[in-house]
Design a protein around this ligand. Structure first.
Ligand code: XMP
Length: 514
């Protein structure tokens, strides 16, 4: 069945994923493509609408990202945002130049409510602006539909050709009525029906998996995290006994986690899965010996995972398909889909070795954002406590230990992390923050314990609030909770004599401390 799709054409903007998520919140499926994507490919998708993202360049300078003008003749509605709006004007005969006044932040915009884009939007509305260039002349055929004190063309349109453009960013939450504008675009302008719903996604995926797998054997890489758990249960519903789940305990899991995963998915758990637990701690530690660079650690752990699976598969006999819980942000952040720079290679995508000894890889969640994965999990009847687990990266504590990973350091970070999680939960803060954990810094410093001088490690505590894990803020955890955790950690965890709290947001840091 053809799925109604809106395309985000990525010109290097930092909010590209956010645009796609906002569109999907309207129950319209949305995918991100680089501006380098062939026009024929874009046409073949038959999108219901196209959104040009922002980007850091000046569209009038040589070498700036651009696209073929033919796209405006497709008859498909286009919304240009920020750089995308400037590019649209530039390509169609308007003028873009350096703005006399740079606009940055929340700015009051006056809109013309007769525009389909601004239907039911207040006449004066706060929008997020971030631009150095501005549109000084509209392209022929366009009319202005919004302005600010400093920006004469804050929004413009050629309604007949269904081309719309906003200098501001409707996708960010600072734009108070941004979601309404995007919803107006996809429904009023593009005429979407809004058929992207999780119940039908789950049902269709199960059917498609069944058809694809036939009577083949399937091996699922189960980590116990939300993504792979949802993938495993989806596969179990699709192919039942043909599925075997392999859980690799790489020795980089949180304290007691291996046993907890086994309790849920193992022989005594509710799912009745073929479940194999592989205790491969030593194997991973020896591969990681002497390795300090985080990207190398990610690659090594990712590759070793695949090797372990291949070996298990051989023991089981013929295995045709490998299931992975890759989700859409993994794909985009690994630089596969959009244009954004590779921040880190994700476990399931960038870390995949070139040679994988399976017929095919099935990634049933590859199109989903995290909140959609959780919705799919609930549709599948997975209990809420599993579905709403805080995220834990595939490479596990391997990347929460700065520098070389050793068994001794793993034990330190496991114990410190367990204390931190316990104290956060005890104080009820587990409901108020979205992710919290301890990391082991590679920093040793002098301390004093009893009458003895110590020279030991510092643990970093982290807790963040975020809605999308693409940006995050350091949580203002009350001092007494941090204090209680600190004194327990230095008392209970050997070789730790100092605890610090990470106050950095993302950006400029990342959520993980790696
Ligand atoms: P960062 O550190 O990039 O993390 O701000 C964003 C979110 O992604 C999680 N994360 C991962 N999840 N495999 C995963 O499944 C990975 O390799 C990985 N690296 C980071 C991280 O915990 C946070 O929730």
């Amino acid at each position: 069945m053809k799925r109604e799709t809106v395309i985000v054409l990525d010109f290097g903007g930092q909010y590209n994923q956010l645009i796609a998520r906002r569109v999907r919140e309207c129950n319209v499926y949305c995918e991100i493509y680089s501006y380098k994507t062939d026009f024929e490919k874009i046409k073949a998708i038959q999108p219901k609408g196209i959104i040009f993202t922002g980007g850091p360049n000046s569209c009038y300078l040589p070498g700036a990202p651009t696209y073929t003008k033919e796209i405006f003749e497709l008859g498909v509605p286009i919304l240009g945002i920020c750089y995308g709006s400037q590019l649209m004007m530039h390509l169609l005969g308007g003028k873009v130049e350096k703005a006399p006044v740079r606009e940055y932040g929340k700015i009051e915009v006056t809109v013309d409510q007769k525009s389909k884009l601004f239907e039911n939007v207040s006449e004066k509305t706060i929008c997020w602006m971030s631009h150095n260039d501005y549109i000084s002349e509209l392209a022929p055929g366009f009319t202005v539909s919004a302005h600010t004190a400093d920006c004469p063309y804050a929004a413009m349109e050629n309604a007949e050709k269904r081309l719309y453009a906003t200098q501001f960013h409707p996708e960010v939450l600072h734009t108070q009525e941004g979601q309404k504008m995007l919803s107006n675009f996809v429904f009023n302008v593009c005429g979407c029906a809004g058929d992207w719903k999780m119940d039908s996604f789950v049902e269709q995926s199960i059917k498609a998996i069944r058809e694809k797998v036939g009577d083949g054997k399937v091996l699922c890489a189960l980590s116990g995290g939300v993504d792979s758990s949802v993938a495993a249960v989806m596969l179990a519903k699709a192919v039942g006994e043909q599925l075997t789940c392999v859980f690799v305990d790489h020795g980089l899991l949180r304290k007691n986690e291996g046993d907890e995963v086994e309790a849920v998915f193992g022989p005594d758990g509710p799912y009745n899965l073929n479940f194999i637990r592989v205790n491969a701690q030593e194997r991973f530690y020896s591969k990681l010996k002497g390795v300090e660079e985080p990207e190398r650690k990610r690659k090594i752990i990712g590759e070793e995972f695949i090797r372990v699976f291949e070996e298990e598969a051989k023991k089981i006999g013929r295995v045709d398909f490998l299931v992975q819980g890759t989700i859409y942000p993994d794909v985009v952040e690994s630089g596969v889909g959009g244009e954004s720079t590779v921040i880190k290679s994700h476990h399931n995508v960038g870390g995949l070795p070139d040679y994988v000894d399976f017929k095919e890889i099935i990634e049933p969640l590859r199109d989903l954002f995290k909140d959609e994965v959780r919705k799919a999990g609930l549709e599948l009847g997975i209990p809420e406590y599993l579905v709403f687990r805080q995220p834990f990266p595939g490479p596990g504590l391997g990347i929460r230990i700065i520098g070389e990973v050793t068994a001794e350091k793993v034990k330190m970070v496991q114990d410190a992390d367990a204390i931190w999680r316990e104290e956060i939960a005890r104080a009820g803060w587990d409901k108020k923050v979205n992710q919290y954990f301890a990391a082991l810094t590679n920093m040793k410093s002098v301390g004093v314990m009893g009458d003895e001088r110590t020279y030991d490690y510092a643990v970093a505590l982290r807790a963040v609030t975020t809605t999308d894990f693409m940006t995050a803020e350091s949580a203002e955890i009350p001092w007494e909770i941090i204090g209680r955790a600190t004194s327990r950690i230095v008392n209970e965890v050997k070789h730790v004599n100092r605890v610090v709290y990470d106050c950095t947001g993302k950006p400029p840091a990342t959520i993980e401390f790696e």
